[in-house]
Design a binder for this molecule. Structure first.
Ligand code: SF4
Length: 389
C-alpha cells in the first residue's frame, strides 16, 4: 500500500484557449473560427517576438497569485493552442508551444490532425498534456461535404487517425487523448462507433453545431440527441456539450492577442483591448466571464471545500510504475470532488457501489464509493480487472 495526501494538494487546471491563427487548411461549412474585422496580417504570430511577449505576460499574471486565482482556486494553468489550425504555422507554432512549456504552462493542442506527422508528434507529443483532434466522420464523402478536406482533397482517414492516436499514446502514457466531433446536418446520421471503439480516447466530446454565422448545418436538439444515443455503447467516454454551456465559460485569446467571448448567438464577439497594450488584468475586466460556468466545465470547486488533508491508501494489485502516481492522485481528486458527473470514472455495470477509471493503456483503478475518502483505491492491470470483475 502507498499513501497519498489529497485535499490541500489538489491539482486543477485553469485552461486558456489561445487561438493562435484563424487560418486553416480545411473549410468546414460550420466553422466559427472567424473574427470580425480582423485581418490575417494582424495575427500576432507574424511577429514571433510578440507571441513570446504575450506568453510571458500571460505567464506572469496567471502563474502568480492574482484575484482570479484567489476566486477559482486553480493551481496549474494549461495553455490550449487552437485555431483555425495552429499547426498550419509550422515552426512558429512549434516554437510557441515549446516556449509555453518553458514558462511553466501545461500545454495542449486542438488540431484537425492534418499536419501531425510522426516527426512533429515525436517532437511535441511527450510534453503535450492533452492532444485533442477534431474528427467528424470516417466517411470521405461526408467529410468532403462538411469541408474537412484540404485544397487537394486530402483528408484524415480512419487509419490515419488510428495511427496518430496510437503514436501519441506510445509517446505519452499519461497524456489525455480527446477527440471532438461536431454533430451537424451532414453527419447527424453517421456512426463513428467502430472507429472510436478501436481508438478508445480518454474523452470523446460531442458538440452540437453552433448557430453562429452559418445556419445551413444547424440541427435540432433531438437530432443531436439521436446521434448521442446511437453511440451509447461509448457513454463512458462521451462528453456532451450543448450551446448554453459554451457561452462565457471559456477563457479565450484571439490571434491578435485580445481576450474575447461570444456575444449573443449570431452577433459576433466581445473583445478586450490588446493584452500587450493594456496588460492581462485590465483586459480581463473588459470581457464577460462566467466563473461558475468555468468551474462546472473544469470541475473546479470553491476553495472553502479544500481545507483539511486526507490520507488515502492506494493498493497496488499489480506493480504500478512510479510515473503513474501523479495521475492516480489527479483521478482520486476528480472522483472526490465531482458531484454528479465524473470526467474519468465509470460505474461498474453490475455493482452500483463500485467505480473504476482508466489510468493508461495498461492500468485501471477501482474503488468502492463507501471508501471514497479513505481508500483503498486499487490499481491493477486491465487483465487483472477483467478477471476480477
Ligand atoms: S478544421 Fe477547425 S478551424 Fe479548420 S475549418 Fe474546420 S472547424 Fe474551422
Amino acid at each position: 500500500m502507498k499513501s497519498l495526501t489529497t485535499g490541500t494538494q489538489r491539482k486543477t487546471d485553469l485552461v486558456i484557449n489561445f487561438h493562435i491563427t484563424e487560418s486553416c487548411n480545411y473549410k468546414c461549412s460550420y466553422c466559427y473560427a472567424t473574427w470580425d474585422d480582423l485581418e490575417a496580417k494582424n495575427e500576432l504570430h507574424r511577429s514571433p517576438n510578440k507571441v513570446a511577449s504575450l506568453l510571458k505576460n500571460l505567464a506572469s499574471y496567471f502563474l502568480s497569485d492574482n484575484s482570479l486565482k484567489a476566486k477559482m482556486g486553480y493551481e496549474n494553468v494549461r495553455l490550449n493552442f487552437a485555431g483555425g489550425e495552429p499547426m498550419l504555422l509550422g515552426k512558429r507554432f512549434i516554437d510557441a508551444i515549446k516556449f509555453a512549456n518553458q514558462l511553466g504552462f501545461k500545454t495542449s493542442l486542438i488540431t484537425n490532425g492534418h499536419y501531425l506527422s510522426n516527426d512533429i508528434l515525436d517532437d511535441i507529443g511527450p510534453s503535450l498534456d492533452v492532444l485533442g483532434i477534431s474528427y467528424d466522420s470516417a466517411n470521405y464523402d461526408i467529410a468532403q461535404k462538411i469541408g474537412r478536406v484540404d485544397r487537394n482533397n486530402r483528408w484524415i482517414s480512419a487509419d490515419d487517425l488510428r495511427m496518430i492516436c496510437a503514436r501519441y499514446r506510445a509517446l505519452n502514457s499519461t497524456g489525455v487523448l480527446k477527440l471532438n466531433t461536431v454533430v451537424n446536418a451532414v453527419n447527424k446520421d453517421d456512426s463513428l462507433l467502430p472507429l472510436m471503439t478501436r481508438i478508445k480516447p480518454d474523452k470523446w466530446k460531442l458538440l452540437r453545431v453552433l448557430p453562429v454565422y452559418n445556419h445551413d448545418l444547424v440541427i435540432s436538439q433531438s437530432e443531436y440527441l439521436a446521434y448521442v444515443n446511437r453511440h451509447q455503447a461509448l457513454a463512458n467516454i462521451i462528453v456532451e456539450e450543448d450551446n448554453d454551456a459554451m457561452t462565457h465559460t471559456y477563457l479565450m485569446v484571439n490571434p491578435e492577442g485580445r481576450f474575447y467571448q461570444n456575444a449573443e448567438a449570431g452577433s459576433g464577439y466581445v473583445l478586450s483591448d490588446l493584452i500587450l497594450a493594456v496588460g492581462v488584468e485590465k483586459a480581463l475586466t473588459q470581457i464577460p466571464f462566467d466563473v461558475s460556468g468555468f468551474q462546472q466545465r473544469y470541475q473546479l470547486i470553491p476553495a472553502v471545500e479544500l481545507s483539511g488533508e486526507v490520507t488515502l491508501l492506494v493498493k497496488e494489485c499489480d506493480p504500478i510504475p512510479d510515473n503513474l502516481f501523479s495521475k492516480i492522485q489527479d483521478r482520486i481528486i476528480d472522483f472526490q470532488q465531482s458531484r454528479e458527473q465524473f470526467s474519468y470514472w465509470f460505474k461498474m455495470k453490475n455493482g452500483e457501489s463500485i467505480y473504476y477509471c482508466r489510468l493508461n493503456d495498461n492500468y485501471r483503478m477501482v474503488v468502492e464509493v463507501k471508501n471514497k475518502n479513505t481508500g483503498p483505491y486499487e490499481c491493477m492491470k486491465h487483465s487483472t480487472f477483467d478477471n476480477r470483475f
